[in-house]
Design a protein around this ligand. Structure first.
Ligand code: XMP
Length: 511
């Protein structure tokens, strides 16, 4: 594999994603916790960018073994600076960091830039200025320059060490993936044969080796990650797997039925369907504080899950759909070790007596790779491409108190909205779209009657990770169609609004 040493850049994950897109397996480790990964002899090493200056006190360095491993090394931005410093060149402390579009001019042929550059040798890139190289290490030469960087690309072709002062991994460097391909396939000679079919076979073998004859339980949420994990594990160990679906009664229209029929019916996976909707609704009765709702639902979920798991008898393993972004240890901006591992699973915080070993077959994958694996496993497109849906479900889309009646009204409005989004071919462009039922009644007129009914808010956002988001710019005719349908078809709603807040300052959900 290719090993990326992370120096804390915001875009380190993109390096791994691009290398995997090329068909080569790639892992990220913090620069200061790289010993084990280096001992496993990676075939190529990439040093990521980072927010610091190499002149800052205690600024990070690559382990010396990176440069004695005998494998190609590519330093990106900070990675280039530390490589230059460590190999005997000189770097001057920089002014403020600055990123921007620039052209490099290729002055010398190098396998790193094979096939790049227009006839005059120009190639657009996304530059990063901070520290400045003033002399390059012995045996290095300049391959490309830019207006502000006389050392935009440097190389020691004999040792296969390369440094670039821009970010080949970002979309703003249009042919950056070609540079990465030149490095991992051309220079390091790695065969690009990593794909989801290969991953699936390896993952199945690993699950079998870990689990043996043991029993595994897996909580299904109806979402992509747990669904893909469950189908993969079932392919590996068959009916040693039991799935548990905790039905909170807070799901969207038809969702529970779909989960049950897909897993029990289509895949024939043993599935315990715990219909706990009465319990959840009772516990939520009269509660309107969003955090209280979340706590009640979270705790109820664990209680039901625990009870159902007890029915399986003797299960030692718990499957979780943990993904790679949750696993990567973040490298903090100061370069100090940071032990925070984000945990963001739906079945977190199990009671202490449930001492189970974790099976996490997706922990090496990014979200889009999980989708590709789902397709490889034959999961229907409608499942694989689903928008994210929060654990507390519709409870956080009904500000204020939750009642059966309100849930029914919201389900109908939400269904119409999503039907229209799909019919307009917009579903895949949107990160999340949903209706919110507001605890406000307003006056309307229908026929000759005055109405006094709820307001429904529609939300749709684009996003790449849910951390920031923009509202989706629907055309007015689309909004008018949805509004007319909801008011005409859903008894209980007489007014529709569209939420035009981005995140930040808003959040995606209303609670
Ligand atoms: P916000 O509303 O914070 O949402 O902008 C960001 C993403 O997280 C989802 N979300 C949740 N997911 N439990 C979950 O499992 C929750 O309590 C929760 N709250 C928000 C939200 O749907 C969006 O994808």
């Amino acid at each position: 594999p290719v090993l990326v040493l992370d120096f804390g850049s915001q875009v380190t994950q993109l390096i791994a994603r691009r290398v995997r897109e090329i068909g080569v397996y790639c892992e990220i480790v913090p620069f200061n916790k790289a010993e084990a990964a280096l001992a496993e002899k990676p075939q190529a090493i990439i040093l990521s960018g980072g927010p610091m200056s190499v002149h800052a006190d205690g600024s990070p360095r690559a382990p010396e073994s990176v440069f004695t491993a005998g494998v190609p090394v590519l330093g990106i931005c900070y990675g280039e600076m530390t490589m230059v410093t460590q190999l005997g060149g000189r770097v001057e402390g920089g002014h403020a960091r600055e990123f921007g579009r620039a052209d490099i001019v290729i002055g010398k042929q190098s396998p790193l830039l094979a096939g790049l550059g227009d006839p005059s040798g120009r190639e657009p890139v996304w530059m990063s200025h901070g520290d400045k190289i003033v002399s390059i290490p012995p045996a290095f030469e300049v391959v490309a320059t830019s207006e502000n960087s006389p050392y935009a690309v440097i190389a020691d072709e004999a040792r296969k060490f390369y440094g670039v002062q821009f970010h080949p991994e970002v979309a703003h460097t249009p042919r950056g993936i070609e540079i990465l391909r030149n490095f991992v396939v051309g220079i390091a000679g790695i065969k690009p044969d990593w794909n989801m079919r290969a991953f699936k076979e390896q993952a199945i073998a690993r699950i079998r080796a870990q689990v043996g004859k043991g029993k595994v339980i897996c909580g299904l949420s109806g979402g992509v990650d747990s669904s893909v994990a469950a189908v993969l594990i079932h392919e590996a160990i068959g009916d040693q797997l039991t799935c548990i679906y905790v039905d909170t009664g807070l799901m969207r229209a038809g969702e529970s039925e779909q989960v049950v029929s897909l897993f029990r019916g289509h895949y024939n996976i043993p599935l315990l369907h715990a219909d706990a909707s009465d319990m959840f609704l009772e516990q939520l009765h009269g509660v309107s504080d969003p955090e209280k709702k979340r706590k009640i639902i979270g705790k109820g979920f664990i209680d039901v899950f625990d009870y159902e798991a007890g029915k399986v008898g003797g299960a030692e393993f718990l499957a979780q759909g943990t993904l790679y972004p949750d696993v990567i240890e973040s490298t903090s901006a100061t370069g100090g070790p940071s032990a925070t591992i984000k945990s963001h699973h739906n079945v977190g915080g199990l009671p202490a007596h449930m001492k189970m070993k974790l099976v996490e077959p997706l922990r090496e994958l990014f979200k889009d790779e999980v989708r590709a694996l789902g397709r490889e496993l034959g999961l229907p497109e409608a499942f694989v491409g689903r928008h994210p849906f929060p654990g507390p479900g519709l409870a956080i889309r009904i500000p204020g108190e939750i009642t059966r009646e309100k849930l029914e009204i919201l389900r109908k409005a939400d269904t119409i909205y999503l039907e229209e989004i799909r019919a307009a071919g917009l579903y895949d462009e949107i990160w999340q779209a949903f209706a919110v039922l507001l605890p406000v009644k307003t006056v309307g007129v229908m026929g000759d009657d005055r109405t006094y009914d709820y307001v429904c808010a529609l939300r749709a956002v684009t996003s790449s990770d849910g951390m920031t988001a923009d509202f989706y710019p629907f055309g007015h005719d689309f909004l008018a169609r949805v509004s007319t349908r909801i008011v005409n078809e859903v008894k209980g709603i007489n007014r529709v609004c569209y939420d035009i807040t981005s995140k930040p300052p808003g959040t995606i959900e209303w609670e």
